[in-house]
Design a protein around this ligand. Structure first.
Ligand code: SF4
Length: 434
């Protein structure tokens, strides 16, 4: 989401007279678009703020902090980072553009910081990508779920769904700029629900309906956008209607990122995820039964308060039962402002580390096995560039979101082709074009 919004920002800033600096060192304006989802992400920003404080003693430039940290830590930032010139929350990003547009004409007060953190409402940008072949397009914003460990609903607010016409218009614009693959984004895309405006009171569109509409439109006009993906799905909201749609002949990649977070019912309940392990496994079964060669990836959160050895084993057991193609694994760290913050952090750090290492080891073994089983298949790929190691080899992305290298010419970059998967080099396949 931040990547998409940063690209939108860059695009908007160009239109009011700014251009991208080759590096932060010579920039007149430095924008830190921040993430609060994990403490480590925030720590990195505090480190960057220290760096820019020193830089400011050497030369003048404006420093803006934007996004979730601007929402969550405004008082702390104002107190501890007084060299920040502009503080922007998630709902005033458009106002930031006007403010720095004035700055082009010398409009900012040099003596006090500009605060764009109160009020406002989330406004979807119109164009989120400016280069490359893949684009991320936000279709909804915010989350209504309040999982007990998660800060997102507090910093991004409640769910808002984007007008489908605006989504379609953005896809068409991106297509003209050379985009070939689109990822529809939202904190919980499955609860996308557009209810029309006051003139269309009976108009309701859910996520499957939106996908069907986009897919139909792209196919109907033989669009150069030949691939659709979406992120992120919530297991409690992923519908059978969507599974059916994905099992048919569509542009949708047969890949679902389906964060399970944990394998123990006790922990899932305490996380307030809204499903049991049995419900998750049954959903996976329905997906596998219907969508041939589907690739499933997940998130695993280790060391949540109250996690005992048997809960941890239940997670390993669930991972074995599903066989994820990939998993993003992370240790729990408390986020102030969430419900879990008041729970006792019962799992010692070294135990979290050991458990995380076991999860990573299991996942790596599973992934290797699943990848080996894929060799011999012929798959459609989007050529994204040349291989870093060998300029005569191309690097391409499969529908499963895995990478393959194969001999080819640079002219193919940005186009689709078919490749037979021959073997593995680390996690990347080697192949030959068919
Ligand atoms: S679904 Fe849960 S984990 Fe995901 S953004 Fe919403 S509250 Fe956070």
């Amino acid at each position: 989401m931040n990547k998409a919004e940063s690209e939108w920002l860059e695009n908007e800033l160009r239109q009011v007279g700014w251009s991208r600096a080759p590096g932060a060192e010579g920039a007149d304006l430095v924008i830190l678009n921040t993430c609060s989802v994990r403490q480590t992400a925030e720590n990195r920003i505090w480190g960057r703020l220290g760096f820019y404080k020193r830089e400011k003693t050497k030369r003048p430039f404006k420093l803006a902090v934007m996004g979730c940290m601007g929402e969550r830590l405004k008082q702390e930032l104002l107190k501890q980072a007084q060299h920040v010139d502009i503080l922007v929350g998630n709902f005033r990003k458009k106002d930031f553009i006007s403010a720095v547009s004035a700055e082009v004409r010398g409009g900012l007060d040099p003596d006090k910081p500009l605060l764009l953190t109160e009020g406002g409402e989330y406004v979807f940008g119109e164009l989120h990508s400016v280069s490359g072949f893949k684009a991320y397009i936000p279709i909804m914003h915010g989350c209504n779920n309040f999982c007990s460990y998660c800060i997102v609903p507090y910093v991004r607010g409640r769910e808002v769904s984007r007008n489908p016409d605006s989504i379609m218009a953005e896809i068409s614009r991106l297509e003209k700029k050379g985009i070939r693959e689109v990822t529809l984004l939202g904190q919980n895309v499955n609860s996308y629900c557009y209810n029309g405006d006051s003139r269309e009171q009976d108009f309701h569109l859910n996520f499957s309906g939106l996908l069907e509409r986009i897919n139909y439109n792209l196919k109907e006009r033989n669009s150069l956008v030949e691939r659709l993906r979406f992120l992120t799905s919530h297991p409690k909201d992923l519908s059978d209607e969507l599974i059916e749609l994905m099992s048919g002949d569509t542009l949708l990649c047969r890949h679902i990122h389906l964060p399970v977070q944990h394998g123990s019912n006790k922990i899932l309940k305490s996380m307030e995820r809204g499903y049991t392990r049995e419900e998750y496994l049954s959903l996976v079964q329905r997906i596998k039964n219907s969508i041939t060669n589907v690739s499933l990836t997940t998130d695993i959160l280790i060391g949540f308060p109250g996690e005992e050895e048997e809960d941890f084993k239940a997670t390993l057991d669930l991972m074995e039962a599903v066989g994820f193609d990939n998993a993003f694994t992370y240790r729990y760290n408390p986020r102030e402002g969430t419900k879990a913050f008041s729970m006792e952090d019962t799992v010692p750090s070294e135990v979290k580390q050991e458990r995380l290492a076991s999860v990573i080891e299991l996942q790596s073994r599973t992934r290797k096995g699943l990848q080996r089983a894929k060799t011999g298949r012929v798959v459609k790929v989007l050529v994204e560039g040349t291989s870093k190691r060998n300029k005569r080899e191309l690097l391409a992305r499969m529908g499963s979101d895995e990478m393959v290298v194969f001999p080819g010419s640079g002219k193919q970059i940005g186009s689709f082709t078919r490749v037979e998967l021959l073997s593995l080099k680390g996690n990347t396949f080697t192949g030959k074009e068919i």
